[in-house]
Design a protein around this ligand. Structure first.
Ligand SMILES: [Zn+2]
Length: 201
């Protein structure tokens, strides 16, 4: 098929990126969501951003580091051994439960109570992109809610937009030299986008 007969995806990327930003600015949330989902839909399946609160929580909390109260070594929350242990009688009365979660510090082998451990975000991986986003906030009626909603939506908007743009960049990078997979490499030229698209920050 001649290249010129294929749909021009690049123009659509630019169009819907602009549309998404403009409708976010003018608080046209339905149009904003529609544009974002269209952008995502134009990406090949493997690159699409998934919307799931559960997945988002899982991926972002993978960055959580536990700080050992004993030796101060930082350990990945999902790589340490967690033990569900029976509490001492007095402790169990104080906290109102029989069992609690403990983790073993790989540095000093101390057994620490998970709920009493300081946790920090692993800064080394920032800014992170996870190919997943939380679900957009739900709009309720009422004047008071409107301002709150915009603030919530804005936060969500840049999270989702950032993820989609990161996937676009990844798609471009992955295929930059592989001319024959997606056809002409000029097909995903985003040079115009680089000037027009505000960066998620
Ligand atoms: Zn330790």
């Amino acid at each position: 098929m001649p290249q010129a007969r294929l749909p021009d995806i690049n123009t659509q990327y630019i169009k819907f990126t602009n549309e998404a930003v403009n409708s976010w600015k003018s608080k046209n949330y339905e149009s904003c969501l529609g544009s974002l989902f269209t952008l995502n839909g134009m990406l090949p399946e493997d690159y699409r951003v998934i919307i799931s609160n559960e997945e988002y929580k899982k991926k972002t909390s993978e960055q959580l580091m536990l700080v050992c109260p004993g030796c101060e070594k930082e350990s990945d929350r999902f790589k340490v051994t967690i033990k569900h242990l029976m509490l001492k009688y007095l402790d169990s009365i104080l906290v109102g439960k029989k069992y609690d979660d403990f983790w073993i510090c790989p540095g000093c082998n101390d057994l620490n109570k998970l709920s009493k451990t300081d946790m920090i975000q692993d800064r080394r991986k920032d800014p992170g992109f996870y190919q997943v986003s939380p679900v957009p906030p739900i709009k309720h009626d009422g004047l008071l809610d409107r301002r709150k909603y915009h603030a919530k939506f804005t936060l969500w908007f840049w999270t989702y937009m950032g993820e989609v743009i990161a996937q676009m960049a990844k798609f471009r990078d992955d295929n930059w030299t592989k001319e024959n997979i997606y056809g002409d490499q000029d097909l995903i030229d985003t040079s115009a986008e680089e000037n027009d698209t505000p960066k998620a920050s």
